[in-house]
Structures are given as C-alpha cells and as structure tokens.
Design a protein around this ligand. Structure first.
Ligand SMILES: Cc1cc2nc3c(=O)[nH]c(=O)nc-3n(C[C@H](O)[C@H](O)[C@H](O)COP(=O)(O)O)c2cc1C
Length: 439
C-alpha cells in the first residue's frame, strides 16, 4: 500500500525530564543550559529522518513552577537552533517567536539569519503568547482579539520584509562592479494598526518554493483557526482524542479552502506524549513514577483558572456533571486549553480524582500513548486512517531512555510501516513539508 508519509517533529523542550523524571541518575540537568545536549537529540532526530526539531518558548519565568521544575527557564530558541544548525545538515529548525512582543523587523531579521545559517532550514512557530506582558512594559496581557490582530499584522509585515530583498539582487558581479542590484530591493512602506515600517530588510531572502520559510501556528480558538487557515503551513495542536483532531483538521481544511488555499495547505500536527517501554506494564509504571508527586494544588488552581470551578472542597469521588460548570470565565490564558478542559468534563463527567489524572488539567492536553512501540505504531496508523492528522510532534515522557526509544525504536518501526520517509528528498525545511511526496 502507498501511504503519504507523516510529517514528524521532535520537541527540544525536555519533556522527558518532566515530573519526577529529572531525578533519575542519567538526566543531565546541567546539559540543559548548553548546546551539546540538544545537538545530540537533533542528530538522533535527523538520523530518524524527521521533518524538524522544535523549540517552544516563553518570555517569562514561571516562578510558581520553580522548585519542582524549571518554570520554562532555558535558552533562547533561535540562538539555540543556530548552534544546532552548525551540527546538522538536513533537519528543519522550528523556532518559536511571539508576535505579541517582538518588533517585526527584528523578528524578520532574526529568523532570516537562522535560515541562512542553516542553509534553508529555518521555520517559524507563530505564537501570540500566554503571558510575559510585565517584561514588556504592559500591566495586563492584551486580549486574544488584540493579540490575533497583531499576529496578522506582524506576519504580514514579516512576509513583506522577507520579500523586500530578493536573492537575485545579490549579484556580486566583479565585472560590472554591481555587488547588490539596488533596483530589485524595495521598501515596504507599511502603515498598519500597530506598526509603521519602511524596510527593506537588511538581509536577502533565499528564494521561494523549496527555499521559503515554513510557518507553523499554535492556538485553536476561532481566531486562531482563521489565522492558521490564512497563513500557516502547519498547526501545532493539542488534541487529546481522535475526535477532537478530526474536527480540527476538517475545520482547518474547510477554512483554508475558504481563503482560496489548497485544502491540505495547513497540516495538522498534534502533540504526541509518549511513555514507551518494552511492555505495556512497564510503560504504565514509568508513567505512574513520573507523575507520583504531581502537584495537586497547582492542578486545582488550573481547573479554577480555566473553568471557574473551585473543586478543593469537593469529595474526591464526586462526579463533576456538565451542569456543574459555571459559564466560561471571561479571561483565560488560553481559550484553546480552557475549551479542551471544559469539553473533557462535558464528555466524561469524571470524578474529582479522575479529572486530576487527565492531561487537560495540566494545560498540555496532548494525545497520549502509554505502551510499547508496536502499540504506538498501531495508534498512529489508526489516527492517520481516520483522517485525524498529517503528522505529529513527539513529546517523549518519563525518562531519557524513553526519549531515545522514541527516536531509535518508534521511528524505525514507523518507517517499516510506511508511515515515515526512508530518506530526505531535499535539504531545506520547506522541501520536507512539500505535498505529494509518496513512497
Ligand atoms: C499547542 C499549543 C502550543 C503553544 N505553544 C506556545 C509557546 O511555545 N509559546 C507561547 O508563547 N505560546 C504558546 N501557545 C499559545 C498560543 O500561541 C496562543 O497565545 C494561546 O493559545 C491563545 O490563543 P487561543 O485563544 O487561540 O487559544 C501555544 C498554544 C497551543 C494551543
């Protein structure tokens, strides 16, 4: 059978050290602040022929998560990826940059620099950010509407800046003495709601087609979906179950068409949280050990913030009914995550204990597989056959060993099942994303 290979990315957020996993003897906490640690993972991901490595980002330290975790402390993603660029050849490098806080000229220049440094392998994960406003002279976070209006404007500006200095302008013609053809370099003279930008960018682009910079987007509210449908090559999504993924994928296909794009223009890539071991029982033990000391107070606080429901005094065995849910709070950090938690309560009416175990409560709400490599392959095939995805981003959990098993056990097994490419066809990130690539 001929299948379309999946597009697979690997997170560089060290999810395999989450919960209690970082306390295992082989977890190298010091390594998290250097590049060798990530270069090793990127090389393993490249050997597995994945589309890209991906680094999420936050522009604020989450003090509430310090002590038992890093609170999102870590290196700047674009700088980290430029070090990885030097140590790899083919794999895409997806950096996360917020349209809420970065000036668009700096953003455009930074990502185009990564693109040149990596010989065409940069990608931009466009986020509107969840917090950090107080580090940018703001008291309150701009509303979601405002953030998406900025995202649209900033993305438009960045694309224009990238096009303002075409590669062909860089002649370097010693004979005529023209190093750069000034006629081909254009100002953008942009006047929008938030920015006034003259341009052109001070770096040429690398050309279109296989040399363009892929755009990925995260955020699945109505505004987020419309934004993705208009500009994105892929959406990074939280879809805890197959139905949620099918709905989102079909909706994005519809919206992309309504924007005059190809139906498959926006690839749906859910996060896939994996706890893998030789047997299912061992995988379950790994999951349990990782989450043994999960912070209940934080979970209750998340539930309160996302739903308005204060469960702290509820008996643990009491089911939460759909009609226990108050109207959705007017202000939440992420409407996507708040919506997913609400949906989980409405669908399952779990007891308090059951709800506390659900991934939606921790705000990631990723699709989760706990089991063997073979079980993970079956589950991934099932989702592809059901039209629930175009690929996914690997989020290994539990241990460094599990992370290695994802790249060196699961990926070869996916290749054997014709779900993953056998080799790269091109050298750029966009070439990995190209449609119609079949075995
Ligand atoms: C799966 C997923 C991953 C995200 N990753 C990031 C991130 O790394 N950094 C960030 O600042 N915001 C991140 N966000 C936040 C979104 O960009 C967006 O600001 C937020 O979800 C609110 O948009 P919404 O109303 O469409 O949900 C992420 C959101 C989702 C759903």
């Amino acid at each position: 059978m001929t299948r379309k290979p999946l597009h697979i990315g690997m997170t560089l957020a060290p999810t395999w050290l989450a919960g209690e996993a970082w306390r295992r003897p082989d977890s190298d906490i010091e390594g998290l602040l250097g590049h060798d640690y990530y270069i090793d993972i990127a090389r393993r991901a490249e050997a597995a022929k994945l589309d890209f490595v991906f680094r999420p980002d936050s522009l604020a330290l989450n003090r509430a998560l310090l002590g038992r975790g890093t609170g999102m402390a870590g290196l700047d993603p674009t700088l980290l990826l430029s070090a990885i660029a030097h140590a790899t050849d083919r794999i895409g490098l997806l950096t996360t940059v917020s349209t809420t806080f970065y000036p668009p000229y700096i953003l455009a220049r930074m990502i185009m620099s990564l693109h040149w440094l990596s010989k065409g392998r940069a990608g931009w994960n466009i986020v509107t950010a969840l917090d950090g406003q107080k580090n940018f002279s703001l008291d309150v976070m701009p509303s979601p509407e405002d953030r998406y209006a900025r995202a649209a404007e900033v993305t438009d500006i960045v694309l224009r800046l990238w096009n303002s200095f075409p590669r062909e302008a860089w002649l370097g013609d010693r004979g005529t003495g023209v190093m750069v053809d000034a006629d081909l370099v254009q100002q953008i003279d942009y006047e929008g709601q938030f920015h006034r930008i003259e341009g052109p960018l001070s770096i040429p682009n690398m050309g279109g087609g296989g040399h363009r910079i892929p755009l990925v987007q995260a955020g699945a509210s109505d505004a987020g979906r419309n934004f993705a449908a208009r500009v994105a090559d892929a959406t990074f999504a939280s879809t805890p179950d197959m139905e949620a993924a099918i709905e989102l994928r079909q909706d994005l296909r519809r919206r992309a068409k309504a924007h005059g794009r190809d139906e498959g223009a926006v690839r749906l890539m859910p996060g896939l949280s994996l706890y893998l071991a030789d047997t299912e029982a061992q995988a379950r033990d790994l999951y349990r050990a990782t989450h043994a000391l999960a912070d209940e107070a934080r979970k209750f606080a998340n539930i309160l913030e996302m739903t308005g429901l204060d469960l702290r005094d509820w008996p643990k065995d009491r089911p939460i009914r759909a009609n226990d849910l108050p109207p959705p709070p007017a202000k939440v950090r992420s409407r996507t995550h708040a919506g997913l938690l609400r949906r989980a309560v409405e669908r399952h009416e779990p007891t308090v204990t059951e709800l506390l175990q659900m991934p939606e409560v921790m705000g990631s709400a990723h699709w989760q597989v706990i089991g063997t490599v073979a079980q993970a392959v079956d589950e991934i095939r099932k989702w592809q056959d059901a039209g629930a995805l175009d690929g996914f981003i690997l989020f290994p959990g539990g241990s460094v060993e599990c992370m290695h098993l994802c790249l060196e056990g699961l990926c070869p097994a996916l290749r054997d099942a014709d779900l993953l490419r056998r080799d790269y066809h091109g050298t750029t990130f966009a070439s990995h994303f190209e449609a119609g690539e079949v075995f």
